[in-house]
Design a protein around this ligand. Sequence first.
Ligand code: ATP
Ligand code: MG
Length: 512
Amino acid sequence: MVPPTMTQMWATMGSTLASFMFVWAIIRQYCPYELRRFLEKYSLRITGYFYPYIKISIHEFTGDRLKRSEAYAAVEAYLSSNTSKSAKRLKAEMGKDSSNLVLSMDEYERVTDEFHGANVWWVLSKAVSPGRSMSMSYYPEQEKRFYKLTFHKKYREIITGSYLDHVVKQGKEIRVRNRQRKLYTNSPGYKWPSYKQTMWSHIVFEHPATFETMALEPEKKKEIIEDLVTFSKSKDFYARIGKAWKRGYLLYGPPGTGKSTMIAAMANLLSYDVYDLELTAVKDNTELRKLLIETTSKSIIVIEDIDCSLDLTGQRKKKADKGCVEDEIVKASKERIKEPKEEGSSKVTLSGLLNFIDGLWSACGGERLVVFTTNYVEKLDPALIRRGRMDKHIELSYCSFEGFKVLAKNYLKLESHQMFDMIHKLMGETKMTPADVAENLMPKSPQDDPERCLSNFIQALEQLLKEEEEEEEETKKKAEEIKDIDTTKKQTQENKHVEIQNDLGSNRTTSF
Ligand SMILES: Nc1ncnc2c1ncn2[C@@H]1O[C@H](COP(=O)(O)OP(=O)(O)OP(=O)(O)O)[C@@H](O)[C@H]1O
Ligand SMILES: [Mg+2]
C-alpha cells in the first residue's frame, strides 16, 4: 500500500479536526450542561494518560463568591508586571490614582514565564456556569475567571515547591506597592456600629512627605530609615524570637519640628496605611480593643499628643485640666482635643492603653508600627514609654543648618549660595523650628526669587536673635533681681541674728 503523501495526511487531519469541532459545537449547543460536564471530565481523563503536562487552576472566587481569592489577585499582579510585556492582547484599566492606565493580559491570552530553567505557560480563562432556579430565587448565569498554569511534569517539584511561592510573594509585594493607601480615623461620638460596619472611617492617604524632603541631620535620617526598613523585612526574625511583629516609636519635640510629617514619611517609605487614633473619642477600654482588632496589617497606629490624651493616674484628661493648660496655649489653633459629649463617659485608662499596645498585639500578628507623639516627653509615665513598648525614642528639635539645606533645596532649588555662610552663623545662635524655616523660605509673591527669599529668611533670623537676646537679658535681669532680693533677705536675717546675739550678750553681762 502506498503511504499517504503529506498533503493527504494534512487533509485527513484537517477533516478529522473539522468533524471533531463540528460534533463538539453540536454538543455545546444542544447537550444539557450536565452531559457536557460529564463528557469533558472523561475526555480529560483519557488525554491525561498521554499528555505530559500538568495544569494548575487558580480561581478568582472560591466557595460562596463573597471574597476574591488572594492567590488569584497575587497571580494577577505578578503577571501584569512580569509577563504582560510579552502578551499581545492586553486589557487596560484605570490605575489607583485614576491618572494612568494599567495593562494586564486579556482573557484567553497566553504568556510564558521561566523559573530556574523551567518554562511555564499562563492562560487567563473563564468558565460560564448556567443560570439556575432554586426554591423562589433565580441565580443568573455566572462567569468564573481563572488562571491556568501549565508546565511539563518533569518540573513538578520546582513549580509546586518554589515557583508558586515566588509568584504569590512577588504578587503580594506588587499589590502592596500599587494599592491605594488609606488614612483611617475613629470618629468622636460615633455610636457602636451595627453588623459589619467598621468603627474607622477613611480617606485616601496622599501625603507627599518623604524622608528625602524632611529637614533632618543626614545621619539621623539614615538611622531611622534603616531601622524602619529592617523592621519591615524582619518577619522571620520576629517569628524566631517569639515576639509579635510590631515596633513602637516615640516622637517628641517642640511644636513644628516635624513629628506628624515624619509619620507621613514613614507611611510613604513602607507603603503602610495610617490609623490616626483619637483617644479622647474612645469610650472605654473595650472600644479601644475593638478598634485595634479592626486595624489591618502593614499599618501605623498613631496617637498624637499622648500627654493630652491620657491622665497618668488612669483617667483621661479633660480639655481644661491643669496639666494641659500650657499645651492649650501652644496649640490654641488645634481642635484635636475634643471633650466627650457625655460627662463621665471617659473611661480609657493607662492600663487599657498598655494592654492595647502589648496584650492584643501578640494575638493579632501582622506588621504594625505604633507611634506616639508628644511635646512634653517628661510628662509621660515611664511605663508607657519603656523599651519594648516604645522601642525607639526620636527627638525632633530645632532646625539645624543641615536641615535648612534640605529645605532650601526643596523650596528654592538651591544647593549652595553665598548667603549660606551668614545663615549658618545665625542658625548656630538661634532656635527656629523647621516649620518656621519652611514658612520663611516660602515665596510670598511672584517677585520673590530665591535670593529675596534668602534675605527675608536672614532678616527673620536676625529678628529672632534680637528677641532671644532681649529675652535672655530679661531673664538675667529677673535672676539678678531675685538674687538682690535674696541677698537683702539674707542680710536682714543676718542683722537680726547679730542683734539677737548682742542682746543675749548684754543680758548675760548684766546678770553677772
Ligand atoms: N523636619 C521637617 N522637615 C520638613 N518640613 C517640616 C519639618 N518639620 C516641620 N515641617 C513643616 O512644618 C509643618 C508642621 O510640621 P508638623 O506638623 O510635622 O510638626 P509637629 O512636630 O507635628 O507639630 P505639633 O507638635 O504641633 O503637632 C509641616 O507641614 C512641614 O511642612
Ligand atoms: Mg503634629
